[in-house]
Design a protein around this ligand. Structure first.
Ligand code: G3H
Ligand code: ZN
Length: 293
């Protein structure tokens, strides 16, 4: 069994959630790692297709492995929102610890078929050892990108009738064999500038958890109210993804740092402000996910 699955199972048992945070650069990685380490918590680093193309998949693996080995720390790398079989293959070959095949925009049956193909491939390369590389599947489209929103993303499942049902969740897990499931439960990618995100459907999460029988992942964590997080974790969310809040903190701190030091050109003197700002976001989220506040 993979170490990451152990970490997630442990969270499931304790009714806490493992934080999953996305990065595009070293400043964010540095911030996330220090926050996790200072709180003595495991952490998952996510790179979407765009983020992975920017950093380089092998380079991302080298960075995460480097930290894991040097500090003996449970830090893992996930190929977040991977839409094609080819990109899944690139991530697996590079040495990622987990992959999310995102077929959520496909009709349900096609999503099942494509996800199943990914599961078969990943199992075959992990020498038949189940869950050596974790595979997450996603049902229900919740919007495409981690950005500041003006309105609910077009096509996002937010009305009751579009949300993931317990029956769909059970069927999806049974037919695909995924290790982790990400359902649409009122969550959306991105956040509003001056308002919280829509409320999560806690009752739905509870029913989906019972029906699916695998750990559940909550995407679109930015902008969700603290009490919604607490309730969602209590009924079965074991991993939570945060990205927009990190991007926003990074950008605002960078702008401030540049403004305050107009003559400075050394990146290592400009970027610590971004590291600090991202670090505080991550620390607060990790504390909440682990019942420390
Ligand atoms: O996979 C990434 C997350 O779901 C991020 O969502 O940008 O709304 O925090 P967020
Ligand atoms: Zn996501």
């Amino acid at each position: 069994m993979s170490l990451l699955l152990d970490v997630i199972k442990e969270a499931e048992k304790k009714k806490t959630a493992v934080g999953h945070f996305n990065i595009s650069d070293l400043a964010a990685l540095k911030a996330i790692f220090s926050a996790a380490k200072s709180l003595s918590l495991p952490v998952i680093i996510g790179v979407s297709e765009g983020e992975a193309d920017f950093i380089g998949r092998k380079q991302a693996v080298a960075l995460i492995r480097g930290l894991r080995e040097e500090y003996g720390w449970p830090i893992f790398l996930n190929s977040d929102h991977t839409h094609s079989f080819e990109k899944i293959k690139e991530a697996v070959e590079a040495g990622f610890d987990a992959v999310l095949f995102d077929g959520s925009k496909l009709p349900f049956e096609e999503n099942v078929k494509a996800t199943k193909q990914v599961v078969e491939y990943v199992r075959s390369v992990s020498a038949g050892r189940r869950s050596e590389i974790l595979i997450e599947g996603e049902i229900g489209y919740i919007g495409g990108s981690s950005q500041i929103l003006k309105e609910i993303p077009a096509g996002a499942a937010i009305r009751d009738e579009d949300l993931t049902t317990p029956e769909e969740a059970a069927q999806f897990v049974k037919e695909t064999g995924v290790d982790l499931l990400s359902p649409a439960v009122g969550n959306i990618h991105g956040m509003f500038k001056n308002a919280p995100n829509p409320n999560l459907r806690i009752g739905n999460i509870e029913k989906i958890k019972k029906a699916a029988g695998v750990p559940l992942v909550l995407h679109g964590g930015s902008g969700i109210r603290d009490d919604d997080f607490r309730a969602a974790i209590a009924v079965g969310i074991s991993v939570i993804h945060i990205n927009t809040e990190i991007r926003l903190a990074w950008r605002q701190a960078l702008e401030k740092s540049l403004k305050e030091n107009p003559e400075e050109i050394a990146p290592y003197k400009i970027l610590p402000a971004a590291v600090e700002a991202v670090g505080s976001v991550v620390e607060e989220r990790l504390k909440l996910f682990n019942k420390l506040i």
